[in-house]
Design a protein around this ligand. Sequence first.
Ligand code: PLP
Length: 424
Amino acid sequence: NEPLEVVDPEIAAVLRDELNRQRSTLEMIASENFVPRAVLESQGSVLTNKYAEGYPGRRYYGGCEFVDVAEDLARDRAKSLFGAQYANVQPHSGASANAAVLSAIAEPGDTILGLELSHGGHLTHGMKLNFSGKLYNIVGYGVDPETFLIDMDVVRQKALEHKPKVIIAGWSAYPRTLDFAAFRAIADEVGATLWVDMAHFAGLVAAGLHPNPVPYAHVTSSTVHKTIGGPRSGFILTNDLEMYKKINSNVFPGHQGGPLMHVIAAKATAFKLAASDEFKDRQVRTLAGAKLLADALTTEASKAAGIDVLTGGTDVHLVLADLRNSPIDGQQAEDALHAVNITVNRNSVPFDPRPPMVTSGLRIGTPALATRGFGDVEFAEVSDIIALTLQHAAGKGSTSVEELSARVQTLADAFPLYPGLEEW
Ligand code: PLP
């Protein structure tokens, strides 16, 4: 029972280095967040030792009396947070949740209609190397080439033309809210099942700051680790008992064996926290921060450097920077921000003229910094730093990298991450 430092100093060094990286940089990857100490405690707990195949009260292993309590709490809290009648909290990840959903609602070979990957969809919505693209006949809808918005008339036309078994509403890179009622009307018109993947915006929904898909969707899947800021994992909601039964058997034994009870306990805690006023305040700051960022990337100075924002702004926790008219590509922009200690990811924009490894876009999100404590003042400052860094990289700005890095450091120092964690 020696500590990690002694048993495996190389891995202990990785943990230390990663903590330092998270502390000293500004994390703006839209899908990332910082879990609270309470979540770290559950995930690093003895619950990791427990096998609990099955569901609470119906396990295939003995000794589940305490983990049953954790899973019941996680399910009840998820249901109450999103106003759902049924919840499955066992998926190990968003992708496992989605695999279980698809196998519950479609047979291999069935037609599935979802947002194209290159327009902001997710791998599990039909990418050709993913199980979804291999097993199903995938048909995509894209965004409008002028507005970059999803056009519900186009979704309807595609649905009427292809008669899909499943329609997917949900995205990994789209800066606006979706019209769930319109999606459901189309699904009903063509006899399809509506599956909403709210992985990205679930935290906004929980806070009441984004339309809730649960009343409209036949089934809703999500991750817990993005805007919710809980442990890396997934969950599934529905209001339909028959759907719930299918989901349960497709999660276990369909796609998974023993659930990760330490992660399920951490989900319960994350859902408890997500019902708090503090959580709502964080989501308010997340949204306000994204709007400030969109403003900074649409100024005259940004436009003069060929920088713009898809759809002109955002309704959610992320901004899609559009670099199609900029001399710098997504890779160069990502590298320029990395050089001043801001972490983002490059992202293809729809109809991207540059190849996928280079791209003409950046996806920049505010959830992690909101969790760190950023409010309007700090988001305005980091937005200015980002705009100046990109303008500089595009040959249009005079602010030096040293000055910009120093400003990042001031922000990072003002909001210490996991203070005292070494002593916990
Ligand atoms: N669904 C959407 C919309 C996502 O954006 C993601 C993650 O990026 C996932 C599912 C998959 O989640 P995970 O990475 O936990 O498998």
